[in-house]
Design a binder for this molecule. Structure first.
Ligand SMILES: [Zn+2]
Ligand SMILES: [Zn+2]
Length: 347
């Protein structure tokens, strides 16, 4: 049943954000990818126009194809971004169908071991769906069970296969598949670094996650070098994404830190900052998660998610914290001076 513009009821339900009606229509066999309307928008486009994030999630879960374009040659994620719904665009771009993960939990031959131990599937799925990929956040989100026995190596292997697989997928939007391919490679690189045996001479039992966090927070050069290695080890050197990264890395004085390059091109940083163009989001000083509400008790300028983030950032922030406090004291001093001057009648 289509109207004169070629829109089906599922288009309207998606546009209005009616989850129940969509579920009902899908149950009755509505075509989730129907896009032969006047503007060739799919139901996913219609939900994206109005930023109905939960509807987008349901449609993607039910098999909506994110790579189809409308009459303007825009994908649903691009349509969401065009309309200022960046969280919606981020969800669509980062979405991975659950089957893609389940696939690795099935043994290739009878009797052989699956690439991904089935009990890890759910945690693994959540891990790869994360959208803030700041290294500190990745470490926080890394389930401890990933570091038990040889789980880490298995997961690194699956991530590497997924990175190649998505890159070579024909039916995907180029920028989305390059982004996801790098994301999987990046997560694999971090996990591999955390899980690799550290100083064997040390008798102290330390949590490998803490060791990595300490390396990052004690030495900024360590993180930059680590991320540089991660970028140059990306297999797809002729991808647009890789070329963009190299471009940003080689601008001499204007070169961006490797962390910023990755967060910008793969970690949705641009989209997040554009969404709140009028009011920049308060991001955590340690992990860049938005809506960090705890202030540094000393300078009260930098904000953090929680005490854990504050502690991680404390070494890096120390110098800056002192400078901020000095500056604010100086500005207070000038106001005292101004008061005294005005008492004396000097302007
Ligand atoms: Zn944080
Ligand atoms: Zn401070």
């Amino acid at each position: 049943m289509l109207d004169r513009r070629g829109l089906a009821p599922i288009h309207y339900a998606a546009y209005r954000g009616s989850l129940e009606i969509i579920s009902l229509l899908l149950f009755e066999g509505a075509n989730i990818n129907y896009g032969k309307s006047e503007r060739q928008n799919s139901p996913l486009h219609m939900a994206a126009i109005n930023g109905h994030i939960e509807v987008c999630r349901l449609l993607l879960k039910s098999g909506a194809r994110r790579y189809v374009v409308n009459h303007n040659d825009r994908t649903a994620a691009q349509t969401a971004a065009d309309n200022g719904h960046f969280h919606c665009a981020i969800l669509i771009n980062n979405y991975v169908p659950r089957e893609e993960v389940t696939y690795y939990t099935i043994p290739e031959f009878t009797g052989s071991e699956p690439k991904l131990p089935p009990p890890l599937a759910e945690l693994f799925y959540e891990f790869i769906m994360m959208t803030n990929i700041h290294p500190v956040k990745v470490v926080f989100e890394l389930p401890p069970v990933f570091l038990v026995d040889d789980n880490a190596l298995k997961i690194v292997n699956v991530l590497q296969i997924m990175s190649r697989r998505i890159f070579n997928k024909k039916e995907e939007d180029t920028s989305t598949k390059e982004m996801l391919s790098f994301k999987f490679h990046y997560l694999a690189t971090i996990l591999f670094e955390i899980a690799k045996p550290n100083d064997v001479t040390s008798k102290k039992q330390t949590d490998p996650k803490d060791v990595f966090i300490q390396k990052i927070s004690n030495n900024n050069n360590y993180l930059e070098q680590f991320l540089y290695d991660c970028i140059v080890k990306f297999s797809f050197k002729d991808s647009t994404l890789f070329r963009k990264m190299v471009y940003y890395m080689t601008q001499g004085m204007d070169s961006m830190p490797h962390l910023d390059i990755i967060l910008l091109l793969v970690g949705n940083k641009r989209a997040l900052s554009e969404e709140s163009a009028n009011k920049p989001p308060v991001t955590c000083g340690a992990c860049e998660e938005i809506n960090a509400s705890n202030k540094c008790p000393k300078c009260k300028t930098v904000q953090y998610c929680n005490h854990k983030c504050l502690r991680i950032h404390s070494l890096m922030h120390k110098k800056e914290c002192r400078r901020i406090r000095k500056d604010s004291k100086a500005s207070k001093d000038t106001s005292t001076l101004a008061k005294c001057l005005s008492k004396l009648g000097i302007k």
